[in-house]
Ligand binder design. Structure first.
Ligand code: DON
Length: 336
């Protein structure tokens, strides 16, 4: 068991700051221009309506923890949040139920398998493993406070809206398209239920989850939502406290380990910041204490992560000094 009781030690923070606004603008523009012509990857055809999206869309936004939001490209284009919702619902559930309860119910470790793997559940005694894969996200949404499915859903919508700082609406077409084609998620829900690992009625939970995935956002929204987690839980634009600083720390650790599914280790090695992807092409990457990048471009790699969004965030992480593992010696090296 990894120790986790440090309640008598005050949590200190590791912070830094982003370059000035004009420099950030130049770097966003540079990242956009470098990758705007990349057309590798595939649309998410398994949700029919996502197979009809314009693959050339590309947007990059950055929000710092002071609430300044900058962007380049199709920043006004909305798209469904998809799996990125998992990170924010997890934050809301952690806030309500606490670190230990949610860790015990949902887990934190990587599956090493695809986001909708049945095998991952079976290989782990029916456990959902972590909240960023579909099984764990179903288990997490089931824990959302609310006496009825409708109440749970409204609490999720309200909570995600507080992260964005504006009322988020569902994309009805995406919801209906996914509802007609999500047999696999229904199977995951039933399998978890059979293992005693899901609270409530599986099909109701799958419906709540499908709704949360259909919420419409822009790259600006993603940047602000991410920056709320970078800012100790306070939305930097509205000033509203959405979750506690402890919740942000826990969420970002889980996202670092699992946010890009079976590619999470590789991502952390190359890019060095927690990031969460969704199959409509969004990725949000968070630099604790600094801010967050929201990227959108619909063509995906084989793990379901946007190709251009990964490239652009990788570039920005380096150019803006976001990698959490990067350091330079404080004193000059000794002459030998
Ligand atoms: O459940 C699904 O398959 C989708 N609603 C979300 C999956 C997803 O976004 C995976 N991410 N890259």
């Amino acid at each position: 068991m990894i120790p986790n009781d440090y309640s008598d030690v005050t949590q200190q923070v590791s912070t830094g700051s982003l370059p000035a606004k004009t420099r950030v603008e130049e770097l966003l523009q540079d990242a956009y221009e470098r990758y705007v012509d990349v057309d590798d990857g595939m649309l998410a055809y398994y949700i029919p309506i996502l197979g009809e999206v314009d693959p050339s869309l590309f947007a990059l936004s950055l929000s710092n923890v002071g609430g300044t939001v900058q962007g380049v490209g199709d920043v006004g284009q909305s798209f469904s949040i998809q799996s990125i919702s998992k990170m924010f619902v997890y934050a809301l559930v952690l806030q309500e139920l606490g670190h230990d309860t949610v860790r015990d119910h949902v887990g934190v470790n990587n599956t090493g398998m695809s986001f909708n793997s049945v095998m991952a559940i079976e290989l782990n005694d029916g456990h959902p493993m972590n909240p960023m894969v579909n099984a764990g996200a179903l288990a997490t949404s089931a824990l959302m406070p609310g006496l009825t499915a409708a109440e749970k859903w409204e609490n999720i919508r309200e909570g995600l809206s507080a992260f964005a700082g504006r009322y988020l609406r569902m994309d009805g077409e995406v919801y209906r398209s996914e509802s007609r084609s999500n047999e696999r998620n229904k199977a995951l829900g039933r399998l978890l239920k059979a293992h005693g690992q899901l609270e409530g009625e599986p099909l109701e939970i799958v419906d709540i989850y499908t709704r949360q995935c259909s919420l419409k956002v822009t790259s600006h929204d993603l940047a602000i939502m991410g920056a709320t987690l970078a800012d100790g839980g306070v939305n930097p634009v509205t000033g509203e406290r959405v979750v506690s600083a402890d919740v942000c720390r826990d969420v970002l650790a889980v996202v670092a380990a699992n946010g890009l599914y079976e590619k999470s280790g590789e991502w952390l090695f190359e890019i060095g910041i927690p990031a969460k992807s969704g199959v409509s092409g969004g990725i949000v990457a968070i630099a604790p204490g600094k801010g967050a990048i929201g990227a959108f471009s619909p063509l995906l790699d084989e793990a379901g992560n946007s190709v251009r969004s990964q490239l652009a965030i990788g570039h920005l992480s380096r150019a803006l000094g976001l990698n959490l593992f990067a350091s330079a010696p404080q004193r000059p090296e000794k002459e030998t």
